[in-house]
Design a protein around this ligand. Structure first.
Ligand code: CA
Length: 755
């Protein structure tokens, strides 16, 4: 850090050799005392260690040569924990070297570039500060980690990782006169993983709001890395004019840089690398006079709103919070390769009926996926002049004859990006001197950047567990994240609820001639999933014969406290039987404010269960929130199940999220969903699921499949299922006039053989 601040110190040394004070403070009282006497050029140094519940405020009048500095004794060794925050007023203030962790802000922001509404920061800088998982505990309680106000401020070389609650990670606010046309710089920051929020409000960066979108912001966002910032469909939501997005790297990030509101923005020399991961997108263009040039995109798999490039239709005379039509866009010299979609007139519908005008799309190098539709249009594109583009792979809408299509060979240059070998194509696509920011060039070098999450069994440790009454709880107490508990054959009686707050796999050992290990649980719940839980069960029998009758029994449930982390839950080769003690005994219940990235059930058997197998239907307020992103139920058997096999609910009309995704494949259902207590009326009930594939199931004497489409363009495929003695499917559309859009094929209904 000293190297980076070296310049500042040199300036000091020359300008104020005698007067600058170094005020070393050890606690909040000493800090408050120091704050009263600071003058331009002074430095307050916070002693190394933990500063708990510290609402750090700094204000004062520095000047260009003599800023006021608040810094850590050593970079990365001052921890603000508990209920802490930072507010900066005044001018020429610099804050550096702090780490926010193990807590959350009691305010609406962790770091605020204003002390009060009246005292907004000017010419001030926050650099080399870490905010690590400093999220409010309740997923739907909103805050910003950084709020930028005032004028000419810089936020650079910071490290922001793991926001789990609602609200933008970094918001530039234009809600006062002095915060417009602000000249802020946001550069060289590491924006680390942000998991899908399961709701709107998961943006990583937002500049402005629709209300102030007619104003210039004039903010530069440069040379940052956005690593797995997958909170929702907008990674960046630009809602103001005159912003520049230059030279940033988007890595495996779901969603797009979206020019949502405001005119005259420049997006250039950015690199988007999706590595083939779902929903990875590029740039979405709305409004007037946007320039998108010299960008590079590779391996992106998003479509519609998350296309590599989406040029939207607008709303005629649009209200400020809807979609202003694209007018005067210049989209030039971009390279888009190995990507799923480039799309024009995205969002075209009765309301969004205004196609782009006066726009240019030229000299782009375009490569889609082999054998797939690539460049699509959904309305009139006569307002776009297409010139000099080359499509090297992927299908092009026949209504777009202006695209030259011919394969071309590419090779990787030293910057790691692909360029055509043929010199005749050298003028197409992104420039050869494009730089890809490295992870070392962003954030701080004294705090590790997160790797991949812990896999089941990721620690490499296996703990053997012998049958008995207390052996499984005892083993769980000593298990660490990534461990596997291996259960010997025999009975395990569990008379307490097992709390899970790490990544744990419990696996039965197969021994020839012996039954699989059997867990008999004697509480209403066997596993309670808490913050940090990921649970994998395999090769086991779980029996509910000893359970007491209490309201809402569930073999696995999430804690009633809000859970920040996203969970993974897997059952593989598991037999679950006799959850019968009351009228709706579920296998897995996802509660409010709990979110699973994935739930997988495979090769498993379920019998004599009164409730649901997977209940993920706790977010009932129709805010577009839901409980699971990916649900797979495959190759499993279900017999005599009172409730639905899967109950998934995502209500409302919000378009900010991708899921839920549901696959239900190759299962056998017998007598499923018929209990009087099954309020859904279905053996499967999917409400607002965005993508569903239900195929090759055998269904006998069961309640019908029920699929309700809500907003957006849901994709439901129901094919090659055999139904015996089961009613026709119940398919409903809530917001779409016309027949249900599910694709149905090869489903066979017959009377079956009555027993
Ligand atoms: Ca949004």
């Amino acid at each position: 850090m000293l190297a980076r601040l070296g310049l500042v110190f040199v300036v000091f040394a020359l300008a104020v050799p005698a007067k600058a004070e170094h005020l070393f403070v050890r606690n909040q009282n000493e800090y408050a005392h120091a704050l009263k006497q600071i003058e331009a050029g002074d430095i307050i140094i916070l002693a190394n260690g933990e500063w708990r519940d510290f609402e750090l405020v700094i204000t004062g009048k520095g000047n260009k040569d003599k800023p006021i500095i608040v810094m850590s004794e050593e970079a990365g060794k001052v921890f603000l924990t508990g209920q802490s925050s930072l507010r900066i007023g005044g001018e020429h203030i610099l804050v550096t070297g702090l780490v926010f962790k193990d807590g959350y802000s009691p305010r609406g922001e962790v770091i605020s570039f204003r002390r009060t509404k009246q005292d907004q920061a000017r010419n001030s800088r926050v650099t080399e500060v870490v905010v690590d998982n400093f999220s409010k505990p309740d997923r739907y309680e909103s805050d910003y980690w950084v709020g930028m106000y005032g004028h000419n401020n810089r936020f650079d070389h910071n490290h922001l990782v793991g926001k789990t609650n609602k609200g933008v990670t970094l918001a530039v606010r234009l809600d006062s006169k002095e915060s417009r046309d602000n000249g802020h710089r946001i550069d060289h920051n590491y924006f680390g993983p942000r998991r899908p929020l399961g709701s709107n409000g998961g943006e990583t960066l937002r500049i402005g709001t629709s209300r102030y979108s007619m104003y210039q912001s004039g903010t530069t966002v440069e040379s940052n890395v956005f690593d797995r910032t997958s909170g929702e469909v907008e990674i960046i939501s630009s809602k103001s004019g005159g912003n520049v997005f230059r030279g940033n790297l988007f890595l495996r990030a779901q969603g797009t840089l979206t020019l949502r509101h405001g005119d005259g923005n420049l997006v250039e020399r950015n690199v988007f690398l999706g590595y083939g991961e779902n929903h990875t997108g590029g740039i979405r263009v709305i409004n007037r006079h946007q320039t998108v040039r010299d960008n590079y995109m590779e391996g992106l798999r998003g479509k519609a709103f998350s296309s590599a490039l989406a040029v939207m239709n607008g709303v005629p005379n649009s209200p400020v919070n809807r979609y202003v039509e694209v007018d005067g866009a210049r989209i030039e010299n971009n390279t888009i390769v190995d990507s799923r979609r480039v799309a024009f007139n995205v969002g075209a519908d009765e309301e969004r009926s205004a196609p782009p005008l006066n726009s240019v799309f030229s000299n782009n190098l375009l490569g889609g996926l082999e054998g797939e539709s690539f460049i699509e249009r959904y309305d009139d594109t006569s307002g776009i002049a297409f010139t000099g583009n080359r499509v090297i792979q992927g299908g092009v809408d026949e209504a777009l004859p202006e695209f030259a299509q011919a394969p071309a060979e590419l090779q990787r240059a030293e910057n790691g990006l692909l360029y055509p070998i043929d010199p005749a194509l050298a003028e197409l696509g992104a420039p050869s001197d494009l730089k890809v920011p490295s992870l070392d060039s962003v954030g701080v070098n004294w705090y590790p950047k997160p790797g991949q999450e812990t896999a089941f069994g990721g620690s490499g440790r296996e703990l053997e567990v012998a049958p008995g009454d207390d052996t499984l709880p005892a083993a769980l107490i000593v298990a660490q994240t990534g461990d596997v508990l291996v259960l010997e054959p025999g009975d395990y009686i569990v008379d307490r609820t097992l709390a899970i707050d790490t990544t744990i796999a419990i696996r039965g050992k197969s021994v020839d001639g012996q039954e699989l290990p059997r867990i008999l649980f004697a509480r209403p719940t066997l596993f309670e999933l808490r913050q940090g839980a990921n649970l994998q069960l395999s090769n086991l029998i779980i029996d509910g014969a000893l359970t007491p009758d209490s309201v809402g029994n569930s073999m696995i449930r999430t804690t009633s406290f809000p859970i920040q982390s996203n969970m993974r839950i897997e059952l593989d080769g598991v037999t679950v039987q006799d959850l019968m003690v009351n009228k709706s005994f579920n296998v897995l219940t996802m509660g409010k404010s709990a979110f699973a990235n994935s739930i997988v059930i495979r090769n498993s058997n379920f019998s004599n269960i009164t409730g649901s197998i997977v209940s993920a239907a706790a977010e009932t307020e129709d805010y577009g929130q839901y409980n699971v992103e990916y649900l797979d139920i495959v190759d499993s058997n279900f017999a005599n199940i009172g409730g639905p096999i899967a109950q998934i609910y995502r209500g409302g009309r919000d378009e900010s999220t991708f899921g839920p995704y549901v696959k239900i494949l190759r299962n056998n259902f017998a007598d499923a969903g018929l209990a009087a207590t099954n309020g859904t009326g279905g053996s499967i009930h999917l409400h607002g699921v965005q993508v569903a594939e239900i195929a090759q199931n055998n269904v006998a004497r069961s309640a019908p499949f029920r699929v309700v489409h809500t907003v957006g363009t849901p994709s439901t495929t129901i094919s090659e299922n055999q139904f015996a003695d089961t009613p026709e499917m119940l398919l409903e559309e809530l917001n779409f006039d016309g027949p249900h859009r599910a694709l149905l094929s090869g489903n066979v209904f017959d009377e079956g053989e009555r027993e």
